[in-house]
Design a binder for this molecule. Structure first.
Ligand code: ATP
Ligand code: MG
Length: 288
């Protein structure tokens, strides 16, 4: 008797191996130990002077999201090239267009409200993996472009207000926000928005004051200041996350080739014919 073993790729589709509910590897600490972040129920603010390594960390997080099961990416990047490699698998990829940015944030807020209505109906307060609902990660590289440069003052304020809404609402319904900016001072991001980010990563800064603006008042005086990071040590940062005390990290670095390879692989495993069973996507949630 002969046994037939299915060998075709179509019979056993490759699936994503990660989840946004898994700890996310972002680099090593000063003892060389791996550093993980729990991004799912947190919002992260990444800041520091130009060339410090912010976009590197942003791409790490985006890469994990891209390879994660049931995870959707909403990407805003006025510079296009930092998050552009992931655009084929993103639900939305917004370049230097404040109208589009405002529109996508409005839609995300509606999704968040729908999710809380569902949670309430199910007598729950937060999303868990077994719910089967997708995680929607919003990633913004160079936040200041949308909050201070593009569009009119009124549009910038509307953008900031909507983002404040998403950052305060998204956390428990599986919609975390990751934002990077060169300087999170009051003229770039209102303090009311900045303070909603629970996790902070401070890449090199030029002064104690700038570092304090990112990590929070008082840390520089206690010896935790991103101004002591050498300008040649790109990718080094102080991370304020679990534990409550900033820790020195070196972010893992993906070259352009790495990024494009991961993005291509993610696009392949997410292709609708195999990776994603027909009808399982819920694009209607944020479709225009
Ligand atoms: N973790 C890292 N390890 C080693 N080198 C790094 C790391 N992160 C960044 N670099 C180097 O620093 C350069 C600038 O990094 P990156 O573009 O991430 O900075 P940035 O803070 O986003 O700058 P900008 O504010 O101009 O956008 C990279 O091109 C790379 O050469
Ligand atoms: Mg950058």
């Amino acid at each position: 008797m002969t046994t037939t073993v299915p060998t075709s790729a179509a019979a056993v589709p490759v699936g994503p191996g990660l989840s946004m509910f898994d700890p996310l590897f972002i680099g090593i600490d000063e003892f060389g130990q791996p550093v993980y972040l729990d991004v799912i129920y947190r919002n992260i603010l990444i800041a520091g002077e130009p060339g410090g390594g912010k976009s590197g960390l942003v791409n790490n997080i985006c890469g994990h999201g891209a390879l994660s099961d049931n995870t959707r990416l909403v990407l805003l990047d006025a510079k296009l090239v930092e998050l552009g490699p992931w655009r084929d698998i993103a639900d939305a990829f917004i370049g230097p267009d404040i109208d589009e940015a405002i529109s996508v944030l409005r839609r995300l807020l509606i999704v968040a409200t729908n999710r809380y209505t569902w949670l309430l109906a199910n007598r729950r307060r937060k999303l868990v993996p077994g719910d089967g609902m997708s995680v929607i990660v919003t990633i913004i590289d160079e936040l200041a472009m949308f909050s201070t440069v593009l569009g009119t003052k009124q549009q910038q304020e509307e953008f900031a207000a909507l983002l404040r809404g998403l950052v305060s609402l998204g956390r428990a319904c599986g919609m975390p926000v990751v934002a990077a900016t060169q300087r999170p001072s009051w003229d770039i991001i209102p303090a009311s928005l900045r303070d909603l980010f629970g996790y902070r990563a401070a890449f090199r800064c030029t002064s104690l004051n700038s570092s304090n603006i990112i990590l929070g008042q008082g840390w520089a005086e206690q010896g935790y200041t991103a101004s002591d990071i050498s300008p040649t040590n790109q990718g080094a940062a102080y991370l304020l996350a679990e534990g409550g005390v900033p820790r020195r990290i070196k972010a893992a670095y993906l070259t352009d080739n790495d990024i494009y390879s991961i993005a291509d692989y993610a696009a392949w495993i997410r292709r609708p014919t195999t990776g994603v069973p027909a009808g399982s996507r819920t694009d209607w949630e944020i479709a225009a």
